[in-house]
Design a protein around this ligand. Structure first.
Ligand code: 13P
Length: 257
């Protein structure tokens, strides 16, 4: 089963509209209309989405993601942005369940599940993040933590929703720390994630789902990680802020399996 790799840049709270525009212009000039052989996604802050979309000018090789969305349709939710608003901005993906949202903003599996459902209602493709803390890993809870996040997060989602969802395994201890999971650790976790998806949706659907690795991915470790059979791309934070570094990760990480 061949799955198209997907590389996504999660800029987090970096780059306003003008920096986002500069990034897109720089990347477009570097690739010179050469098509990517994988899916490429950038996730600017909400406020930079329109400028990023404008600078992409319908370039089909790069899609736009939001970093969050509301679980509600509209109304008295100060500071929130709905999926319909995102669709109006030509957004096609949305990152949900990121460990920073879980840890800093208290998002529970239940809230994340509601957001995933809302995203699918609007036909957005979720990039659904899961991952364990170092404490959980050291306590031998890796599998139970991942199983709960997956089972609770995906509750009520159809098989079609599942195949339109990208899962991102991001061990919390590897995010922004410079410590990457070894390729063995990452492959083991990815295979486990796929097995849990197979328990819920069956092996055929599980074989179609793309599972990204995230956590200190850099140009110099992308090839080794991406060579693992169950790793189908990367969700990149720090190293995606520079256009050349992001392109190098895509290039080095697009490996024959
Ligand atoms: P870093 O690549 O900076 O470790 O961040 C990973 C991440 O959280 C992507 O969502």
């Amino acid at each position: 089963m061949s799955r198209k790799p997907i590389f996504a840049a999660n800029w987090k709270m970096n780059k306003g509209p003008s920096e986002a525009e500069d990034f897109v212009k720089s990347i477009l000039s570097k690739i010179q209309n050469q098509p990517f052989s994988c899916d490429v996604v950038i996730a600017p802050a909400y406020i930079a989405l329109p400028k990023a979309a404008e600078a992409l000018n319908n370039h089909h090789g790069i899609a736009i993601a939001a970093q969050n969305c509301s679980q509600f349709d509209s109304g008295a939710y100060t500071g929130e942005v709905s999926v319909v608003m995102l669709r109006e901005l030509l957004v096609h993906y949305v990152i949900l369940g990121h460990s920073e949202r879980r840890a800093i903003y208290g998002e529970t599996d239940e809230v994340i599940n509601a957001k995933l459902k809302k995203a699918r209602e609007a036909n957005l493709r979720p990039i659904f993040c899961i991952g364990e803390t170092l404490q959980e890993r050291e306590a031998g809870k890796l599998e139970s933590v991942l199983r709960t996040q997956i089972t609770e997060g995906l509750k009520g989602l159809s098989e079609k929703d599942m195949t339109e969802t990208v899962v991102a395994y991001e061990p919390v201890w590897a995010i922004g720390t410079g410590v990457t999971a070894t390729s063995e650790q990452a492959q083991e976790a990815h295979a486990f994630v796929r097995s849990v998806i197979a328990d819920i949706y069956g092996p055929e659907t599980a074989a179609k789902v793309r599972i990204q690795y995230g956590g200190s991915v850099k140009p110099n470790n992308a090839a080794e990680l991406m060579a693992c059979p169950d790793i189908d791309g990367a969700l990149i934070g720090g190293a995606s802020l520079d256009p050349q570094s992001f392109l190098d990760i895509i290039h080095n990480g697009t490996v024959e399996k």
